[in-house]
Design a binder for this molecule. Sequence first.
Ligand SMILES: NCC(=O)CCC(=O)O
Length: 437
Amino acid sequence: MISDYVNKTPKSKLLYIENKHFMPYGVSSNYRYFDPYPLYLVKGKGSRVWDVDGNEYIDYNLGFGVLEVGHANEKIIEVINDAIKDGSIMGFEYYKTGTLAKMICQRYGLDMVRFSSSGTEATMHSIRLARAFTKRKKIIKFEGHYHGSHDQLLVNVNPLKPGIKTPSSLGIPEEIIQNTIVVDWNNIESFEKVAKEDVAAVIMEPVAMNMGLIPTDKEFLKTVFELSKEKGFLVIFDETKTGGKFYSGAAGYFNVKPDIVILGKAIAGGLPLSVIGGKREVMELIGPGKVAHGGTFNANVLAVNSAIVTLQELLTESAFYHMHRLSEMLEMGYTDIAEDLGVELSIARWGPSGSIYFSESVPKNYKEFIKLDFSKWFTYFYVMLSSGVIPMGGFNEQWTVSIKHTEEDIQKHIEVAEEAIRKAKEIKTNMPIEESF
Ligand SMILES: NCC(=O)CCC(=O)O
């Protein structure tokens, strides 16, 4: 319950009261705020984090999926300690960036890449690139999909009224989003209606991870690729999250070749690095006097070295085997809990990540997702937190298992979840959620 959380976190409360004077809501990303106040962390190691009150948590949020190598990974520390001795920013191109570019191209089936620092920047560049390549303006995005916090794609991310095109933030003029078309995820018919010759690109999270975890209908995906060929628009896979869930990301998993792929989060072991990559004929449009792409911190020394060691030595095939196996254990644990307690609970898992819904079946799109009763979810969340497990980053997020999680961590998660879901089952009110991105 919320009171258990409050009782355990008085110092977080105090920090919140102080910090919110200087920072809106006391946080650096809206995603980090939740009621009644956010959690302030001090440190992390492996699968654990500690808050300002000294409470220890097993962390399944992992920086919204970034830390698959675990917190404060020894190899990352070593490589960064070495690299920083030679400086952190070169201003000119760092000599190892090409090594990383080649590694990523080979692993993810891309012809060329450019680096940025965040997913937001990378998706922003990708739609500019698609518009330049096709000489068209319209971009199709899916309701409930999140592509970072720039205006053009900050549309129907978490709308309270699904189906009505609405900016997901104040301060976004109608004109800015007039070329953004929003449609239902996993819905062939509604996609067919908008897939026309004036579309520059369709952008998607190839597995939707901003409404829990909504798996992808393979027929739907096939239709998207077929229509893109027929009508001449590009397919952009925003793999900011999915790129770290399987060895070669979602494109590798589904065995498809999108025109542009975005990578981010997990690939640099905890440092800020993102990738805009894709087919040579598209990528070659980037350059002076052509498509703009810049960024002072792009491919900085620390991020490049950290990504090289992450991809080469840490996120290996056997590491994925470990993460997937533990995540499957978690899925089985939740399935047993639902059966034992007779709770309407559905579970979706894809690789090291998964989510739970207090519903009979996993929603297929945002319209189905937003109809759910989140009061049960929030009860579950506060009980989990006050019992030392961060199950995921929020009601629209998912768990991630790292290479540092152990079977004992999973068992503890399942034990605590049983109690949390038992308490959630008793909740009767239907708590409305606030619109947020
Ligand atoms: N699914 C949402 C995120 O992963 C973003 C986190 C942030 O912007 O703080």
